[in-house]
Design a protein around this ligand. Structure first.
Ligand code: C2E
Ligand code: CA
Ligand code: CA
Ligand code: CA
Length: 279
């Protein structure tokens, strides 16, 4: 019995170790990803549900790992957040996003605001607002060409600090959006105190609202909450025309999702935008 027990526990330990090893290797490789030119950005349009005009886009990071291939952000962003690499990655993302803006402007393309995602560590890091200000100056891009998305859970964890950073961004002319809205615990009174121009309804609501009447009621309440707070309400994960119609009828302003377009490269995004607006 003892041998059996030991055997079992050693198998268990082995799988634990290999899992940890895997995380360790991935984390090590992530440390080199920027230098090795393995990261890239893709862009996904945000569409006005009434006019069908594209009014902005979100920048999302991609990692093409040398042996594993495309590794989803859902895998490496949490790893980067645990290992303190996220600040370096997000600063790379901010720089690339503004460089893309300058490039499009130089090609004579219209400037649409690009949103970038900030993690909690970015908010807590010193000088994130100065860093963005310096980038805007360097690329000679207006502050209105940039928006910052922060998740509801991050905001609620560091309320005072986040409020100050968001206010400083607004003072600099940079818009702010609350991401993954509905998945955290924010109350209306907290939200009212935050300098935000936009809320993004988490895609789990969009996905379930036409399947489940409780989800529908909840989504309706969330849209109404954003409207009552005078914020621009964006629904994520719009995949069907039915979802788009429902959102429009219930007062949601913007939609983002595969129904309009998946995230695409910077070379393709303006053609995608033209196609959406011609539909
Ligand atoms: P998010 O900010 O909520 O981004 C939306 C995610 O939903 C993206 O996944 C996008 O590709 C996906 N999506 C868009 N439309 C649809 C749709 O119609 N249906 C479905 N099912 N999904 C859709 P992605 O690119 O894999 O990013 C996952 C998460 O990783 C992001 O969620 C964000 O939290 C994080 N992330 C991505 N890029 C960055 C970054 O540069 N910095 C930081 N800190 N986080 C990032
Ligand atoms: Ca986001
Ligand atoms: Ca989101
Ligand atoms: Ca999300």
């Amino acid at each position: 019995a003892k041998a059996h027990g030991r055997g079992r526990s050693s198998v268990f330990d082995f799988s634990m170790e290999s899992d940890q090893l895997d995380q360790y290797l991935l984390e090590r490789d992530l440390g080199e990803a920027i230098e090795q030119d393995e990261l890239s950005l893709v862009f996904q349009p945000k569409v006005d549900l009434v006019t069908r005009r594209v009014v902005g886009m979100e920048a999302l990071v991609r990692w093409n790992h040398p042996s594993r291939g495309q590794t989803p952000p859902a895998v490496f962003i949490p790893l980067a957040e645990r290992s303190d690499q996220i600040v370096r990655i997000d600063r790379w993302v901010m720089r690339q996003a503004l460089q893309a803006q300058a490039h499009w402007r130089d090609q004579g393309l219209p400037t649409l605001p690009v949103s970038v995602n900030l993690s909690m560590a970015d908010i807590l890091s010193t000088n994130v607002v100065d860093y963005l200000g310096a980038l805007l100056d360097e690329f000679n891009v207006p502050a209105s060409a940039l928006e910052i998305e922060v998740t509801e859970s991050a905001v609620m964890r560091e309320l005072t600090r986040t409020r100050n950073v968001l206010a400083a961004l607004n003072t600099r002319g940079i818009g702010t959006a609350l991401d993954d809205f509905g998945t955290g615990f924010s109350s209306l009174s907290y939200l009212r105190q935050l300098p935000l121009q936009s809320i993004k309804i988490d895609q789990s609501f969009t996905l379930s609202m036409l399947q489940d009447s409780n989800a529908e009621t909840l989504t309706q309440a969330i849209v109404a909450m954003g409207v009552a707070l005078k914020m621009l309400v964006v629904a994520e994960g719009v995949e069907t025309e039915q979802q788009m119609d429902w959102l429009m009828e219930h007062g949601c302003h913007l939609g983002q999702g595969f129904f309009f377009s998946p995230p695409v490269s910077g070379d393709d995004i303006h053609a995608v935008i033209r196609n959406i607006e011609l539909r």
